[in-house]
Design a protein around this ligand. Structure first.
Ligand code: FES
Length: 240
């Protein structure tokens, strides 16, 4: 077990736990945006910044990726921390003023839209879509061509493989800025990404006749579960 302090509270927790998880278990709130408990954290949005001090050194770090260390002193609510979170959110607001998730988070933390604007972008490089597709769905259909923040060309290029994509739409739900979205119309589901759009056929329910799920998703589920494809002939409403 590792002993550390978070906001002057002594906490004992298993090795390998992150500061965010440790704080959560102790009931201490740390805001997050690119973090999801079911996914591997990548520390990209910097909203979960905390101050850490150990062996006479201190600094700011992303709580979602930093593992607990013995004797570490963590501060989640200092002025330095608030300032760093404010800056991170202002940048996000300046580039994604229409993201409801970012707006809500900013409101919760008392951060106002900044007095400047930046070129509006859709993707915030949080990679929730790629991680969801790979780690939860298991399709690994989405990748970034140039994810490099700070590189000469830091424009994210989301590439979705039409072959691997099963059109489940999980990425659309995970995306905080609607950089990826989908729409069902008639027998077609259209998935839109910053780099283009793809169309997938929807399956019609054998009983009520409504189009209820992407054909590719059902084939994927049948393959993973070992069920016959015919097991998906009826929509969820028409099953016993
Ligand atoms: Fe930790 Fe985004 S939630 S960096």
């Amino acid at each position: 077990m590792i002993k550390l302090t978070i906001d002057s509270r002594t906490i004992e927790i298993e090795e390998g736990t992150t500061l965010l998880e440790a704080a959560k278990r102790a009931g201490i709130y740390i805001p997050t945006l690119c973090y999801h408990e079911a996914l591997t954290p990548i520390g990209s949005c910097r909203v979960c910044i905390v101050e850490v001090a150990s062996n006479g050194k201190s600094g700011l770090t992303a709580a979602c990726t930093y593992p607990v260390e013995p004797g570490l002193k963590v501060i989640t609510n200092s002025e330095k921390v608030s300032e760093a979170r404010r800056l991170a959110l202002e940048l996000l607001l300046a580039q994604h003023p229409h993201s409801v998730r970012i707006q809500r988070l900013a409101q919760k933390l008392g951060v106002n839209p900044p007095p400047f604007t930046l070129e509006e972008k859709e993707c915030i490089l949080c990679q929730l879509c790629t991680r969801t597709c790979r780690e939860i769905v298991g399709a690994s259909a989405i990748s970034f061509i140039s994810p490099g923040l700070g590189r000469e060309n830091n424009e994210a290029q989301i590439e979705v493989s039409q072959i691997k994509c099963i059109a489940c739409g999980s990425c659309c739900y995970a995306c905080p800025t609607q950089a990826i979205s989908m729409e069902d119309s008639g027998d077609t589901r259209t998935i839109c990404t910053p780099s283009g759009q793809m169309e997938f056929k929807l399956k019609r329910c054998n009983n009520c006749g409504r189009y209820w799920a992407p054909q590719k998703q059902l084939e994927y589920m049948a393959e993973k579960s070992g069920l016959e494809l015919a097991a998906f002939d009826l929509c969820t409403d028409c099953r016993d």
